[in-house]
Structures are given as C-alpha cells and as structure tokens.
Design a protein around this ligand. Structure first.
Ligand SMILES: O=P(O)(O)OC[C@H]1O[C@@H](O)[C@@H](O)[C@@H](O)[C@@H]1O
Length: 550
C-alpha cells in the first residue's frame, strides 16, 4: 500500500464518502440559503462558484486535511523557490518566473534568472513590434502579412489557444497561422494561400529535435526557396524559438534570429516564454504583458492565500474528491465563449500529460487513480452533442463551466441578446445537472400537458434526470489578456496541486517516448518491410497492407 492510500486523511475521506452517499445537493441548497456565499470566492479577476458540488463543510475540511497532510504549501514554496522538483529530469519548474512582475529575484542554482527573462522579453517586444509595424521586411522589401508558427504540443497548443482567445485584441494587419501535424495536409493547406515574399515562419521547438516540427520546418523552407531561390533570404523569413542553439544553427537559422528559453520551462507551461511570440505578434507587447500580469496575479493568490480560500487548491481538491472517492474517470471543461474554443484542447495537454502517471515520485506503483480524461467543447455546441451522457449516462462527469459576463460581440435584435441566451444556458445546465428531475416531477409535468396515465408511466423512467451531478462555474467580467492569463494559471496550479496530492511528478512526460522510438524503427522499414520476427503479426500485417494499397 502506498503512503497516500494508507494515510489517515485518505481513510477519513473514504468514510465520509460513505456517510454522504445519500446526501442530495438539492436538499443541501434548500437547507442552507447561504450555500452559494459559503462555497464561492473571487481571485485575480475570476469568480468561482463551487457550491454545486457534492460537498458539505465537513467534506471541504477533510479535503483540506489531505492537502495539509500532502504538504501542498511546502510543495508550492519549493516550486516557486526554484528547487529541482522535476526529479526525473533534475529540473526546476519555474514558468512562474516568466510572468513574475514583482521585483523579487528568482534563483536557480543560486543565480537570479529574472535578468535573462527580461532580456528575452525585450527582444521579443522589439521583434513583434517591427513585424506589426511593417518595419521587418521580407526579401523583396515588402512588410510581413502572414506569420506561420510551426511547432507541436506545448510549442503549439498554448499559442493557438491564446491567439484564438484574444482575437478581439489583435489589431495588427498580420494574420497568424499554426501548423503542428506532420500530416503534410496541415502545412499544404496553410501554405496554399500564402505568398513567400510576405510570410514569416516561427519555428518553435524547445528541443529543436521534434520529428514533426523539423519535418514541417524543412518543407516550409523548401517551399520558400522555390520562390526566393537564394539561401541568404532565409534569414528574413525564418526565426526560431528554442532552448537548443546548436540545433537551430544546424537548421540554418542565425542565432541572431533565435529567441531562447530555459530547461526549467516545461513545454506545456511555455506559452509565457518566447514560445508566446506568435501571441505577442498578434496582440502586441502591451497586451502580452497584461496576459503575464493576469497570470502573475493568480500566482500571487496561489502562493499567499490560505488553503481554504485558495482557488487552485479548492479546484484541485474537488477533482481529487471525484476522481478518488466517486470513481469519476473523466472530467469536462465547457467554455461558454467561442473565443475559448481551443481551451479544452490546450487543457488536455496540460492536465493529461502532467498527471497521466501511475508511479509515485519515489517510483512505487500507485494504488489509487490519478489524472482523469479531460474533454470539452465550447457551449452551447456540447449541449446538442454529448451532454446527454453527462445528464443521464451511467458515469459521473464533473464539469467546469467557464464564461464571461460581457461579450466582445454584443449582437442580436436587442444589443447583447445572443450573450444573454448563451449565459442563460450556462446557468441552466449547471442547475439541471445539480437538481435533476424526479419521477414525481416528470409525472406532474406530463399529466399537466394532458397525457394519459399509462403513457406517462411508460415514459417516466426515460425522462427522469438523476441530478446530483457536480459542476463548478468560473466567471470573469470580460475575456481579456489579464483574465485569460489568470484562467490558464488557475488550471496550471490546479494540476500541480493534484500532482502533489497524488505524489506523482507532474512535470515529466516519459509516456510520449515509446511511440516516438518505435516510429523511428518502423520508418526505415516502410518500403522494404521489416525483418522476419521484428514485430508482431498485426504491425507487420498493417505495413504490408499499406505497401500493397498505396
Ligand atoms: O517543443 P518541442 O521540444 O518540439 O516538444 C514538443 C512536445 O513534444 C512532446 O513529445 C511532449 O514532450 C510535449 O511536452 C512537448 O511540448
């Protein structure tokens, strides 16, 4: 048995779970008019209502005991303090330094990293401005009209998500494009409409060895040179974002056109670094600084607020509650904001790559569940697709609803009509999940509409909603760079706290390696076929089928 599953806080929660098995949220609301006030809080421009959870004050108390037992506060101090908490890679975890707007130094191995962080930001500012202002010219003297970011995973998802989310702030006459997939279709479809004379490529890769990114980057260069002819022109059209100067040089990009970052920035935590360059080109350095400031505000809240008033801690503990004590294997994030349409995809990497682990930090197998499957779609689309299962399926799927009080597009017959409809749907969904609909309520409703008793009884079981399905609602006044920064940081810290509770390393990702390794074995075998016995019959058969059918 692991220390966690053996611990007193864990056992107390398991007991409490049995005690409240028959407690219904709708009764808790009826009994306590102050429930909303008691289970909600505001931080860094975000408002969290967590009252629609299967919890009482006792539950929260026991979850906080678990957080204390697992030393969440100590772990938080160690992360912000630059200790090498990513044990398997012997690295500090300091994405918070990238958005540190205070004068506090941040030291790694005794050295303050802030001067280097600021220096890269200044170079990014100058470069982004020169592209936005049309001062950075292509090889024929024309300003840049299109920027293509080539990267994958953390070198893609954060920039795409934030660039989409902050579209209302993108005033420059520069269009952003993102290519990640090694499927040639992705690059080909993006390049179709672009002019090499006015296109700038940002090659984004922490390691600068990622197969997909390098393959796409080489093809982009070939496409560019078909028109530009002269290798010397590459310098005006290709810049790199990486920690690996030697590989950048090898690719043929002058280090003068490289924006660096550091091994203490994890890929999925890197949008605050030079990886955010496309975001900065889209929204400008001032707005990018607001994004950093919003995240910093959430960092300060996380670092200093007591656990019981700490938004990331509470969200994390609620996740643990359902994952480990209610057997909830998945979890939905449902942004009611079209601009956040890539937010669930971004969170999938953040959460599932961080906490999809099954050994403890000490290398012991866990005997409890860790990270859930995360999915989501922007509202209201999800309602007409998979919400059926959330309302009436056999699994418990906790949901986070995310919405802004105001819209950037107040359209409709009356100004803002669309937005009122959108928000009424968020509030209604959370209420419906919590309340459900009892058999008696179904009967009463149907009888009122004049249906025959027999017909009613046949339909009752189909029309009952079990309810008691949990959700959090996260609101902000408006989706801005600052509130987006706070929102992302909220989830980053949530994932961190869960990793601490589960005693896993949230900052490595060995699970992506095996597939990479096998693909590099299979690639040279594609044409000739593998040596006999090199693979199982399925893998060999699939390769043979491909050779016969291509
Ligand atoms: O930024 P690079 O080094 O190209 O890595 C891109 C992505 O690669 C994957 O294998 C993962 O490890 C991700 O965490 C990472 O974001």
């Amino acid at each position: 048995m692991t220390a966690l599953s053996h611990s007193s806080a864990w056992a107390a929660l398991a007991r409490h779970r049995r005690d409240i098995a028959d407690t219904r949220m709708r009764d808790l609301f009826a009994a306590d008019p102050g429930r909303f006030g008691a289970f909600s809080l505001e931080a860094a421009g975000l408002f969290l209502d967590y009252s629609k959870n299967c919890i009482t004050q006792d539950t929260v108390g026991l979850l906080l005991d678990l957080a204390r037992q697992q030393d969440v506060e100590g772990a938080c101090a160690r992360m912000f303090g630059g200790e090498p908490i990513n044990l398997t890679e012997k690295r500090a975890v300091l994405h918070t330094a990238l958005r540190n707007r205070s004068d506090r130094p941040v030291t790694v191995d005794g050295r303050d990293v802030m001067p280097a962080v600021r220096a890269v930001l200044e170079r990014m500012d100058a470069f982004a401005n020169s592209v936005r202002d049309g001062d950075w010219r292509g090889y024929t003297g024309q300003p840049i009209t299109d920027v293509v970011n080539i990267g994958i995973g953390g070198s893609d998802l954060g920039p795409v998500m934030a660039t989409e989310a902050l579209k209302p702030f993108a005033h420059a006459h520069v269009a952003l494009h993102f290519v990640s997939n090694v499927d040639g279709t992705h690059l080909a479809e993006q390049l179709k409409w672009l002019d090499p004379e006015t296109t700038l490529f940002v090659i984004a890769s922490k390691t600068f060895t990622t197969q997909e990114t390098l393959t796409n980057a080489h093809s982009a260069r070939r496409w560019f040179l078909e028109t530009a002819k002269d290798e010397a022109h590459v310098a005006r059209h290709f810049v790199a974002v990486s920690t690996n100067e030697a590989e950048v040089r090898k690719f043929g990009i002058d280090p003068a056109n490289m924006f660096g970052f550091w091994d203490w920035v994890g890929g999925r935590y890197s949008l605050w670094s030079a990886i955010g360059l496309p975001i900065m080109i889209a929204i400008g350095p001032e707005r990018f600084a607001e994004l950093l400031a919003g995240a910093h505000a959430m960092d300060e809240h996380f670092r200093t607020a007591p656990l019981e008033r700490n938004m990331p801690v509470l969200l994390a503990l609620l996740g643990v509650w359902y994952r480990n004590f209610w057997d909830a294997s998945s979890y939905a994030v449902l942004p009611y904001d079209q601009y956040l349409h890539r937010f669930p995809a971004y969170l999938q990497q953040l959460d599932m790559e961080s906490n999809g682990k099954s050994v403890t930090r000490g290398g012991e197998p866990v005997d409890y569940q860790t990270g859930p499957v995360l999915f989501g779609e922007p509202g209201t689309n999800g309602q007409h697709a998979f919400y059926q299962l959330i309302h009436q399926g056999t699994s418990l799927i906790p949901c986070d609803f995310v919405a802004a009080a105001t819209t950037h597009n107040p359209i409709g017959a009356e100004a803002g009509a669309h937005h009122r409809i959108l928000l009424s749907n968020v509030f209604a969904q959370a209420e419906a999940l919590m309340r459900g609909k009892t058999a008696d309520e179904v009967r009463a409703e149907m009888t009122k509409s004049g249906k025959l008793a027999e017909e009613v009884e046949a339909l009752v079981p189909h029309r009952v909603f079990p309810g008691n399905r949990p959700s959090n609602t996260i609101l902000m006044q408006s989706l801005t760079p600052a509130t987006l920064g706070a929102l992302i940081a909220l989830y980053e810290h949530k994932v961190f706290v869960q990793g601490v509770v589960w005693d896993i390393n949230s900052f490595d990702q060995w699970g992506v390696e095996l597939g990479k390794q096998l693909a590099s074995t299979i690639l040279p075998e594609m044409e000739s076929g593998p040596a006999e016995g090199a693979h199982d019959s399925s893998t060999t058969g699939l390769m043979a089928w491909w050779r016969a059918n291509r």
